[in-house]
Design a protein around this ligand. Sequence first.
Ligand code: ATP
Length: 282
Amino acid sequence: MDNVIEVNGLAKVYGNQTALADLDFSVKKGETFGFLGPSGSGKTTTIKILTGQLTPTSGEVKVLGLPFSSLRTSEYRKRIGVITDNSGLYQRLSVYENLKLYCQLYDVPLTRIEEVLKTVNLANEAKKIVSKLSKGMLQRVTLARAFLHEPDLLFLDEPTSALDPVNSMHIHRGLKKLNEKGTTIFLTTHDMSEAESLCDRVAFLHKGNIQIMDEPKQLRRKYSDHTLRVELKNGKEVVLANNSEGAQELYKYMSADQVISVHSNEPTLGDIFVEITGRELI
Ligand SMILES: Nc1ncnc2c1ncn2[C@@H]1O[C@H](COP(=O)(O)OP(=O)(O)OP(=O)(O)O)[C@@H](O)[C@H]1O
């Protein structure tokens, strides 16, 4: 499969502060790739480099087959979508007027506006002036704008950080739909459940380096302690080895009709991150 993003030996130093030390990774076409790390680990710096907003100190990047020197062209900008804190919306215009301007810029039919507003749960807010929107609504308009032109590659920096669970769900559904239609997604987050539900692969960034990179399912298996948690009817919980000995014990509990539920004791992505880096994801 083609790589949409290729990064080799990428470093970024601000003065005497090393934000990125030596990054190597690639993102495949059609993937949703999660770039995870605590505050200050270099997530935004990476997105800014990959979108041509910031020049790397050293290393090579190639995005959609283009070298860094071509990432400031309008040809590249038209093929990507970028969502960061900085909304770039016209404050005095309505939601609809903002999206209309964007449609005209990107040659998108106006009929698409209604469709994307539904996706982000803003169908009834089209006439609202942007300066009057709440932070969460603003975030959803920014997302709607990025959905409009169905870019080849979408960069999202903490896409649901200001959203309540219902609106996060709308955004997740929208992102999944967009991804099914062929958009590759590069997502930064420190919300591990978001990463688990959306990402095909995740990379853990810590101190400017990638510590580990894999599919969430593989990571959970790899870091599992291979035990099962069994909830019993007497209110107790027992932990059994996930092997033939554990199976015999489980059989005893089940034969005595003692078992309420059995769960595999897999760690969450957050647990794994803490284990690898010794640091909480905040
Ligand atoms: N313009 C800048 N000048 C100096 N240092 C900077 C600059 N921008 C970022 N840094 C530093 O680089 C490091 C990485 O910052 P970056 O914003 O990429 O992290 P992040 O993972 O996106 O954090 P957050 O989750 O808080 O947004 C931090 O130590 C930060 O202080």
